[in-house]
Design a protein around this ligand. Structure first.
Ligand SMILES: Cc1cc2nc3c(=O)[nH]c(=O)nc-3n(C[C@H](O)[C@H](O)[C@H](O)COP(=O)(O)OP(=O)(O)OC[C@H]3O[C@@H](n4cnc5c(N)ncnc54)[C@H](O)[C@@H]3O)c2cc1C
Length: 457
């Protein structure tokens, strides 16, 4: 065989890096890649997860775009695996498939009252403020005190967007409807709750520092949280990242706002450590009124135990940022516990037997779980691609491996796919919308409109 016809499903960083790495890998065969993406725009969570006020990270788009613009990967936007194209179709037209479908939804949190009105998953909020076309356009921000459960970067992102004054986001690419809602927010206090201590957080120092730099927002930390035990002291002494985080937090202990004693800003972002959520309380109408939590303490081995001291924080809204979770794909094994496709270094495994499924691969968050930065998807992709290349003997034997057969199939199904030129059109349109208001870009949100602009209809 002289040519590998490969389908990649999911045009986030993992899928795009996998295509790039394969095309640049030394190999004894030619490659032709079709990249399928359910949205009319590529880049996955870089476009629909990374916060709008992180333009530096959004800059990764430049590198991803460079890969696509080389022109050796066919892009099929607005094509959903499982609906518009199936596993049988892929087997008929390709030698193999790599799934790089990432994760978009919130992991569940088993907490009484968590489904109350006014209690939200951070992933939904992120999708909303990043203008994801498949989530409701409206969001209600009607609370003065808002809670955020979680001590990772997504919790900080979402807390920062909630605390920040809308006008300070105006230079970013936030959609107009998002600005309008943020502008009306009555929020005064955002409370971030973590089960463990300051030396065990999952934030990265850069993200943490950022909340100290917000205009007219005071950070509030509490002295009672810094009574370090041996395990915490050891973590600070031996881990550079923890050391920096501790240094940042210690500085904040000296602010007038520490212990909620003063400060001059009109909004506050509180960090509550050693706080294990127990229950979301509601009013008679079922709306969130408070979070009940137990103070915890170190168990000496990196975990926590309850102290029996119960506290209650009145809240009008509550968000949970306890991780993302992958979604199952039709015909493909799924690990329900971890929210990933079961795999060995990217080779997909049968659900019951752990045998390798020929021709089926995974990379990125759907392979490894929803942790890690964009850069990690590169090494991930290398591992998966090296197996794909070495597995040549076990690829599928497609009946119709031509490029035309795929476009004919989508056409016969009436799928309105968008291609790379279409993405360029949409991209240019968004940049032009932004230019008119001295902003880098303004995102087009409704799916229909994205498709119409892409297809020049
Ligand atoms: C809120 C948030 C903020 C983040 N901020 C940062 C940051 O500041 N810096 C950083 O380095 N990393 C950040 N990350 C992490 C980064 O976004 C991920 O590491 C990376 O996006 C994972 O890449 P992926 O390609 O595996 O998945 P994704 O980016 O999720 O891409 C998957 C793609 O697959 C598509 N897809 C899904 N199902 C189908 C289907 N059935 N058919 C066709 N296509 C499908 C999706 O639409 C999506 O485009 C952040 C993540 C989140 C959630």
């Amino acid at each position: 065989m002289t040519k590998l016809r490969l389908a990649i499903v999911g045009a986030g960083p993992a899928g795009i890096y996998a295509a790039d790495i394969l095309l640049r890998t030394e190999r004894a065969f030619d490659v032709s890649i079709d990249l399928f993406e359910r949205l009319p725009a590529p880049y996955g969570l870089v476009r629909y997860g990374v916060a709008p006020d992180h333009p530096r990270i959004k800059g990764v788009v430049g590198a991803l775009r460079g890969v696509l613009d080389r022109g050796d990967i066919r892009v099929f936007g607005n094509v959903e695996y499982g609906t518009d194209i199936t596993l049988d179709d892929l087997k008929r037209h390709y030698h193999a498939v790599i799934f790089s479908t990432g994760a978009i939804r919130d992991a569940d949190l088993d907490l009484p009252g968590i489904t109350a009105e006014g209690s939200y998953g951070a992933a939904d909020f992120v999708s909303w403020y990043d203008g994801h076309p498949d989530v409701p356009r409206t969001w209600t921000l009607d609370a003065q005190h808002v809670g955020m459960i979680g001590n990772g970067n997504v919790a900080l992102d979402a807390a920062r967007i909630l605390a920040k004054h809308a006008d300070d986001l105006l230079t970013t690419e936030i959609p107009a409807n998002v600005y309008d809602v943020l502008k009306t927010s009555p929020v005064t206090d955002v409370h971030v709750f973590g089960r463990r201590g300051p030396a065990q957080v999952k934030f990265t120092p850069l993200e943490l520092r950022e909340i100290g730099e917000l205009n007219d927002v005071d950070v509030v930390v509490y002295d009672e949280d810094f009574d370090y035990d041996e395990a915490s002291r050891e973590a600070i002494a031996t881990n550079k990242q923890v050391k920096v985080i501790d240094r940042v937090l210690q500085k904040w202990r000296e602010l007038p706002s520490a212990n909620n004693a003063g400060g001059s800003a009109s909004r506050r972002l509180h960090l509550h450590f050693w706080a294990k959520p127990l229950e979301v309380r509601t009013d008679d109408a079922g709306r969130v009124t408070s979070l009940v939590y137990e103070r915890t303490t170190s168990d000496g081995a990196g975990g926590v135990i309850g102290t029996g001291e119960i506290r209650e924080q009145p809240l009008g809204q509550l968000y949970r940022a306890v991780g993302y979770f992958g979604s199952p794909l039709p015909g493909i094994p799924f690990d329900e516990r971890h929210g990933v496709i079961p795999n060995h270094e990217g080779q997909v495994l049968a659900e019951d037997s752990n045998d390798i499924l020929p021709g089926v691969y995974a990379t990125g968050w759907i392979k490894r779980g929803p942790v890690g930065l964009i850069g990690h998807t590169k090494s991930d992709a290398s591992e998966t691609v090296s197996h794909l290349v070495n597995d040549q003997g076990s690829w599928w034997q497609p009946e119709e491996p031509t490029e035309e057969a795929v476009t004919a199939l989508l056409e016969s199904r009436g799928v309105k796919w968008t291609d790379l030129d279409g993405w360029h059109r949409l991209d240019a349109h968004e940049v032009a919308l932004g230019e008119a208001e001295q902003r880098e870009r303004i995102k087009v949100v409704p799916r229909d409109e994205m498709i119409r602009i892409s297809r020049a209809e």
